[in-house]
Design a binder for this molecule. Structure first.
Ligand code: 13P
Length: 254
């Protein structure tokens, strides 16, 4: 049984003060919910303060990106080694990084390797753009992205994958549960071919893209979907709590 993971990607939202307020609003409620791994991914500048706030709870912390070098003259970058002191997870290859910061498959691959080497758990993001879905290229795109990101990676550890169709991110136009389930099953099969059945049955593959309290249950009820990477709804305490709570309820009922 794969334990569901609900991760909140706060993106470039919240000052340090706002992050403190948001965590304070939800950490007790989150702590009361069992059976789901709850992870917050605030901006880098708030990692240390959020780490203090959630100390002693089951809530986990993640970063939204990292560089692939351990240290050096790379002004403005943050290394996986620095993150490893602060958090457990790191989101890698988010479509916004690919689109706005020109991250290629090769860069994503280097980041995955560097994160694993530093002992971090990557949440690797893959997903097709609207034109690619409409021209029937969804499977080709996620296959290429997944294979590129994992090329030469011997041990995945607890690496998770988030399937985030670009057309569903921040648009209010989520995939259907069936669409997401189908593509996630396809991604699991790619992992199966590369790493074998034991790994593919253990790896958590999340859905992301306009997940809200109104549609979370539809995703969590699907057999292949092991959680969600939540953007907009993760910076609203009541909405994030509701998504985590619904996930726990659905898993308990299974
Ligand atoms: P939204 O939930 O705001 O669509 O964002 C999804 C996302 O990109 C999470 O990484």
């Amino acid at each position: 049984m794969r334990i569901p993971l609900i991760a909140g990607n706060w993106k470039m939202h919240t000052t340090v003060g706002e992050a403190v307020k948001l965590v304070t609003e939800m950490h007790r409620g989150l702590e009361e919910i069992d059976g789901v791994e709850k992870t917050l991914c605030p901006p880098f500048v708030s990692l240390a303060v959020v780490k203090e706030l959630i100390k002693g709870t089951s809530i986990k912390l993640g970063a939204q990106n990292c560089y692939y070098e351990e240290k050096g003259a790379f002004t403005g970058e943050i290394s996986p080694l620095m993150l490893a002191e602060l958090c457990e997870y790191v989101i890698i290859g988010h479509s916004e990084r690919r689109q706005y910061f020109h991250e290629t498959g090769e860069i994503v691959n280097k980041k995955v390797k560097a994160a694993l080497k530093a002992g971090l758990t990557p949440i690797l993001c893959v997903g097709e753009r609207l034109a690619e879905r409409e021209s029937g290229e969804t499977e080709d795109v996620v296959k290429e992205q997944t294979e590129a990101a994992l090329a030469g990676v011997e041990t995945l550890g607890s690496l998770a994958i988030a399937y985030e169709p670009v057309w569903a991110i921040g648009t209010g136009r989520a995939a259907t549960g069936a669409q997401a389930n189908e593509t996630i099953g396809f991604i699991r099969n790619i992992v199966d071919i590369k790493c074998g059945n034991a790994v593919s049955q253990n790896i958590r593959i999340l859905y992301g893209g306009s997940v809200t309290p109104a549609n979370a249950a539809e995703f969590m009820a699907q057999s292949e979907i092991d959680g969600a990477l939540v953007g907009g709804a993760s910076i609203k305490a009541d909405q994030f709590l509701s998504i985590v709570r619904q996930t726990a309820d659905i898993r308990r009922a299974r």
